[in-house]
Design a protein around this ligand. Sequence first.
Ligand SMILES: [Zn+2]
Length: 268
Amino acid sequence: MIRMLSQAYKRRQRSPDAAWRALETFFDGFRADISAVLSMNWDTVFERGVARAQTLRRVEYGCHARAVMFDGNSLISRRLTGEPLHILKPHGSVNWLYCDACRETFWVPPSDTDRVAQTLFRQQDWAVLPKPKSKLPAIRTPACPHCDTQSLGTRFATFSYRKALDFPMHSASWRTAERYLKGTADWVFIGYSMPAADFEFKHLLKRVQLTEGDRPNITVITGGRDADATIDRYKKFFGDVKGKRFAFKNGLDVEALRHLEKIKVLSA
Ligand SMILES: [Zn+2]
């Protein structure tokens, strides 16, 4: 799965279409100094986009994950300076490694996810598969940078009602998300249809919306055949307040980008 995400990403980067270019405009202008991101996906599209457009490489995942990098078969600490990108990934991320022994979480540069895959898929996993025609990808067996045991793995929360959310990095991400959501003027939802399975997230949103004195403005940027139904679902969920609800049903088009400039998610 990690390699497929990475291959799909590289393919589109080589032959960009209109959607990719709109995304680049978004990353160029994204105000990382006053905005935070909550991503329900495992991919590193956001981190890589902002790193490319603004050379922001310091990422704050809000779950005490430590920055490391591969050095051959080892993981070593990585010191990062400069403005951080605040991005929370409560369902996990393809550039994270989690230690089952000491329960620390580590993150590698978002472009190095192939090496994470090489760590997770071990010798014994290849042994049970039919021999591939091409050469086997490398296998890495780094020790945990904290406790030095061979216990690195990962955790992904999957699309189901019964998500594995009780791991320390997932629950820390949710706590941080709640802190960011409180006192934020604008909540912007991009490409998120608010599925029924995310009932815990919906509960968090509703609770914060109702307990904050100044309630947030809601912007929905969606697309596809179900766009109208999605916008309707948001209206029902957050209430339709005149002048405080904004909906765009053609993805990140010119109109949506202009609105994001107006509410200062993007610099003008
Ligand atoms: Zn450890």
